[in-house]
Design a protein around this ligand. Structure first.
Ligand SMILES: CC(C)(COP(=O)(O)OP(=O)(O)OC[C@H]1O[C@@H](n2cnc3c(N)ncnc32)[C@H](O)[C@@H]1OP(=O)(O)O)[C@@H](O)C(=O)NCCC(=O)NCCS
Length: 188
């Protein structure tokens, strides 16, 4: 059987030039996750979602099962964010399961960059629809998703992710005939 690196050729690969300097002047890059990232991935996830972090085994097995579906932001020493997305087995819909940027790095365009790279990959794969859930009170995330073309019918799905975990579902249609609804300021 092929090694994970061969089955998931994107794993560990850089998606972009180094594009940002963090406050210690270390350039940030966006790349596919590797197994060596697990401790940092857990740390970032716990920092960003302290109430409801993924258990170790869940992230571990996401990497095992679809390690090409996790993008990380790396400064060479630490991770500063990640996106996790999973496509349904018919290839039609992709769910963005997690989007996280460390609190001290927010407002610098990193969340948008992660999402744009996710959407670029999904477009290449001819996914028809991208879906995600978001807390109805999460104004920053909702604003970001709206600028990327996601919309919601406004219905709050009560207890969608468990008791008291209400969510909106936001959807981006991206059929083959649709123009890209999002603006990509990082590409000519
Ligand atoms: C949501 C999140 C990923 C955004 O990341 P970010 O790197 O700060 O976002 P960006 O700097 O790329 O901003 C992109 C857009 O998001 C929106 N946005 C970001 N921060 C915002 C804020 N505090 N208030 C309102 N809108 C905001 C804006 O539309 C912004 O576009 P603009 O810069 O042109 O105004 C980040 O806030 C985060 O990790 N939050 C905690 C985890 C979370 O909520 N994840 C999403 C779960 S569905």
């Amino acid at each position: 059987m092929a090694l994970p690196e061969e089955r998931f050729p994107f794993r560990g690969h850089h998606t972009d030039q180094a594009f940002f300097a963090d406050r210690d002047d270390r350039p940030l890059t966006m790349r596919g996750v590797t197994e060596a990232d697990l401790p940092e991935l857990l740390r970032v996830d716990r920092e960003v979602f302290p109430e409801d972090p993924y258990p170790y085994f869940v992230l571990r097995q996401h990497i095992d099962a679809h390690g090409d579906r996790i993008l990380v932001l790396d400064d060479g020493e630490c991770l500063h964010g990640y996106a996790l997305f999973v496509t349904t087995s018919d290839g039609y819909v992709c769910w963005v399961l997690s989007l996280a940027v460390s609190a001290d790095q927010r407002g610098r365009g990193l969340g948008r960059r992660l999402m744009l790279e996710v959407l670029r990959q999904l477009r290449r794969e001819r996914v028809h629809e991208v879906r995600l859930t978001v807390e109805p009170t999460n104004a920053a995330a909702i604003a970001l998703y709206r600028t990327l073309g996601f919309s919601t019918d406004g219905r709050v799905h009560r207890d969608y992710l468990g008791p008291g975990e209400d969510r909106l579902i936001m959807v981006l249609e991206m059929g083959p005939d649709r123009a890209e609804p999002w603006q990509d300021p990082y590409r000519p």
